[in-house]
Design a protein around this ligand. Structure first.
Ligand SMILES: Nc1ncnc2c1ncn2[C@@H]1O[C@H](COP(=O)(O)OP(=O)(O)OP(=O)(O)O)[C@@H](O)[C@H]1O
Ligand SMILES: [Mg+2]
Length: 254
């Protein structure tokens, strides 16, 4: 089975993790979801209320540390595969994989190569993969955001944020990422809406798929350190995210 891969990108603090978590919440009822926190400053687990004990970054460090002590003949890829499964936290309808980061300036090439292959294989077990990316464009430029069905670029409804979104779109094109479709999502939209921003939105160069309103419920949960699954059904942000999924063909009926 090839899953539908959704990735979220955007400038710092635009709402990537919030959007990813709300999409995961909606999709987990429809089929198994692999949630990947690709931000070294990981917090998707917190947003989902899934505790993270081990990250891929930690696993890579441990493996590199012990590589020299391993008896010859122990296949490194099997070891990584085993470790990878320890990094996968299972919850109802969703498994979470947290990439984290390595400690030192080491060469992770070998480990990264095996990891990428293993994650590719793992993906086959899910109906959906949702990737929460880091703020910068590092992931895009390291080409880990590949083979994506829909890339959602999140921006806030102001010209500066929209220009950042345009830069991300430009970079994704320059790198020739294997992204099937790209969409713009506006987040924290206040009641005055998008008036006066039509030109700036057009200049981003990708279709606007939805506007998520400022939702006091989301802000309150963040302040209280509570997961987004406690956001009541029918709340404005939840409804907007459901609308986006519907337009992607991933709605309740899809
Ligand atoms: N629609 C919304 N309504 C109210 N608050 C929101 C909304 N979207 C996001 N927030 C709040 O804004 C803050 C930043 O959101 P979030 O962490 O999702 O952004 P991010 O893009 O993932 O940030 P980072 O770049 O640091 O990873 C959080 O406190 C979140 O609760
Ligand atoms: Mg985030």
């Amino acid at each position: 089975m090839r899953p539908y891969v959704l990735a979220v990108a955007g400038k710092g603090g635009t709402g990537k993790t919030t959007l990813a978590a709300l999409m995961i919440q909606a999709l987990r009822a429809k089929g198994p979801v692999l949630a990947v926190d690709a931000d070294p400053n990981a917090n998707l687990g917190e947003a989902l209320g899934i505790p993270v004990e081990r990250t891929i970054g930690q696993l890579r460090d441990e493996i590199l540390e012990h590589l020299a002590d391993l008896p010859p003949g122990v296949p490194k890829d099997q070891l990584l595969e085993l470790g990878l499964h320890e990094c996968l936290v299972e919850d109802e309808g969703v498994d979470l994989l947290t990439m984290g980061h390595g400690e030192g300036p080491r060469c992770y090439c070998m480990v990264n190569h095996v990891l990428r292959r293993t994650i590719e294989t793992l993906r086959g077990n899910y109906r959906y993969v949702v990737l929460d990316n880091e703020a910068g464009m590092e992931h895009l430029s390291r080409r880990t955001t590949q083979d994506v069905d829909a890339l959602l670029v999140v921006a806030e409804p102001n010209p500066v944020s929209l220009r950042s979104a345009a830069r991300i779109v430009g970079l994704a094109e320059e790198l020739k990422l294997r992204v099937h479709r790209k969409f713009l999502v506006l987040n924290r939209v206040e009641s005055e809406g998008l008036r006066g921003l039509e030109g700036a939105i057009r200049e981003v160069g990708i279709p606007l798929i939805g506007a998520v309103p400022y939702d006091p419920g989301v802000a309150e949960l963040a302040v209280a350190g509570r997961p987004l699954r406690e956001l009541p059904p029918g709340s404005p942000a939840r409804r907007a995210v459901e609308g986006i999924l519907e337009r992607l063909g991933l709605g309740k009926e899809g």
